[in-house]
Write a protein that binds this ligand. Structure first.
Ligand code: 5RP
Length: 235
């Protein structure tokens, strides 16, 4: 289980909690280096805070078109992941995180690029409000990016595991990711062994990325709570 350190007291809205953890994440940004940047409403708070450090960093490696646009609008350079051997830190949100740093991600459809940038980083710092902390992954519908021609077969494979998979829609048609693929969201799962689950589903033909982050689990979680920002450190 993680060690836990409360750092401040306040009654805060969920938006304020996101702002607090976004600002708290600045302490993990290494001056003179690049920072890996995730995607989502919590990360948007981090990006906004990062603008105050933009003259101290080389820039960012981004996990989505949306984050890239936000970073560039604030004057933060964005580098291609292929120009980078290693990042000291990757900062991103999560849809669920358990007591070991395993996460479900992809609620913003950016899971594939998130996993790629996370894999470049020595440390994954998750920023989240306390609603994201769970005992066991699987309450949040699990996002899985799939090649469209494999959707039906992948959905059948999840049905065989007791899950119900639905194609994610946007404006009434299948959502298209930054990578030109589709997303299925799977309910009814109880993911007791995240490493084994990620390993298995990642091998199904047509699966681009499964939204379980166990191989790229968080090292640290900055958790926004009613008692302030708690730092959870995962062994
Ligand atoms: C995007 C993600 C996000 O990190 C996740 O959905 C959490 O987002 P938010 O900070 O908006 O709650 O995985 O693909």
């Amino acid at each position: 289980m993680p060690s836990s350190t409360p750092t401040s007291q306040a009654t805060l809205t969920q938006d304020e909690l996101k702002t607090r953890v976004g600002q708290a994440a600045l302490q993990y940004v290494v001056p003179g280096e690049l920072v890996g940047v995730g995607t989502g409403s919590t990360v948007n708070k981090f990006i906004d805070a990062l603008a105050s450090m933009k003259d101290q960093i080389k820039g960012a490696v981004s996990s989505s078109v949306a984050s890239t646009e936000r970073l560039l609008a604030l004057g933060i350079p964005v580098l291609d992941a292929n120009t980078v051997d290693r990042l000291s830190v990757y900062i991103d949100g999560a849809d669920e995180i358990d007591g070991h740093g395993n996460m479900v991600k992809g609620g913003g459809a950016a899971l594939t690029r998130e996993k790629i940038v996370a894999a470049l980083a020595a440390q994954f710092v998750c920023i989240a409000d306390e609603s994201k902390l769970v005992q066991t992954l699987g309450q949040f519908p699990l996002p899985v990016e799939v090649i469209p021609m494999a959707t039906r077969r992948v959905m059948a494979q999840f049905a065989a595991k007791g899950g119900v998979a639905r194609v994610r829609l946007k404006d009434g048609v299948p959502l298209v990711t930054d990578n030109g693929q589709h997303i299925v969201d799977v309910t009814g799962l109880h993911i007791t062994d995240p490493l084994a689950f990620e390993s298995e589903v990642s091998q199904w033909p047509g699966v681009v990325t499964v939204g379980v982050f166990a191989f790229q689990r968080a090292n640290v979680c900055l958790l926004g709570t009613s008692a302030g920002v708690k730092t959870l450190t995962f062994i």
